[in-house]
Ligand binder design. Structure first.
Ligand code: KIV
Length: 280
């Protein structure tokens, strides 16, 4: 089993950290078997699996169900779970209670919190209560309306400086690692060099300690949209569609099911059966 300290060791060795999201048992098994360092149960689940327009409607209950499924597959990888919108913002009591549910019911080693200047103090309090927190700055999807859309952050010197300050404040608050999303490569690179903790980038260029992507994006499961930052390694939507078409065609033409897919009574038993049901 890898622990959070494994990420620090990788940073020190300049060995890139590999992270991906998962939302179910078998996807998590694949990630495990490929040696992925961090499996994140992201609230992106709401958008890629439930078809929501934003991550805002995702609930604690939804996150718990999928986190438990992912957790069952965990052997070596580090499981980190996203705190969904409104599960931590209202009070430290809520934040600790909801975090506690993830630690109690799954093998999570940390929770991820979308981090703004306004919640650095809350994160500090959580860390003081021994909760390992992964920060998340830049394009923070739970603030999509405040940000005015899913736009690149830290693309000018003033906003980039603000992000570096926020990253440093979060490190001081005690976070164990930081996701930097949708930030200019220069800004993400500077943050990575300034921080001792591991910095994982998404759409933030090559200078981070590691990379994270949404699994469904690299598998090509959404035919309508692939974010600019995501490389589509396979077009699973088309592959699955081809399989479903072939199956439908097989059923229509009687090619499925063949003998190996069902059981038959022997002749004697069939005769008895016909007799028993004759009068129906
Ligand atoms: O919800 C999510 O999947 C995330 C990653 C994209 C970092 O926050």
């Amino acid at each position: 089993m890898k622990y959070l300290k494994h990420l620090i060791e990788k940073k020190k060795k300049h060995d890139p950290i590999i992270a991906l999201t998962a939302y179910d048992y078998f996807s998590a098994r694949i990630l495990e078997e490929c040696g992925v360092d961090i499996i994140l149960v992201g609230d992106s689940y709401g958008m890629v699996k439930l078809g929501y327009d934003t991550t805002l409607p995702v609930s604690m209950e939804e996150m718990l169900i999928i986190s438990k499924a992912v957790s069952k597959a965990i052997k070596e990888s580090i499981l980190i779970i996203d705190m969904p919108f409104l599960s931590y913002q209202i009070s430290i009591r809520d934040a600790l209670f909801n975090t506690g549910r993830f630690f109690k019911e799954t093998k999570a080693q940390a929770v991820k919190i979308e981090s703004l200047e306004s919640n650095v103090k809350l994160i500090e309090k959580m860390v003081k209560m021994d909760v390992p927190v992964m920060g998340h700055i830049g394009l923070t999807p739970q603030s999509v309306y405040k940000l005015g859309g899913y736009k690149i952050q830290g693309n000018d010197s003033i906003s980039a400086e603000k992000l570096v300050r926020l990253a440093l404040a979060l490190e001081d608050a005690g976070i164990c690692s930081l996701v930097v999303e949708g930030v200019s490569a220069q800004c993400a690179g500077k943050i990575t060099r300034k921080l001792k903790i591991p910095v994982i980038g998404i759409g933030s260029g090559p200078f981070c300690d590691g990379q994270i992507l949404v699994l469904d994006d690299i598998l090509g499961l959404n035919p309508d949209f692939t974010p600019r930052h995501a490389k589509k390694y396979i077009d699973l939507f088309s592959i699955i569609k081809k399989a479903v078409r072939e199956y439908s065609d097989n059923v229509r033409t009687g090619k499925f099911p063949q003998k190996k897919y069902f059981v038959s009574m022997d002749q004697k038993e069939q005769k008895r059966f016909d007799k028993r049901t004759e009068r129906f």
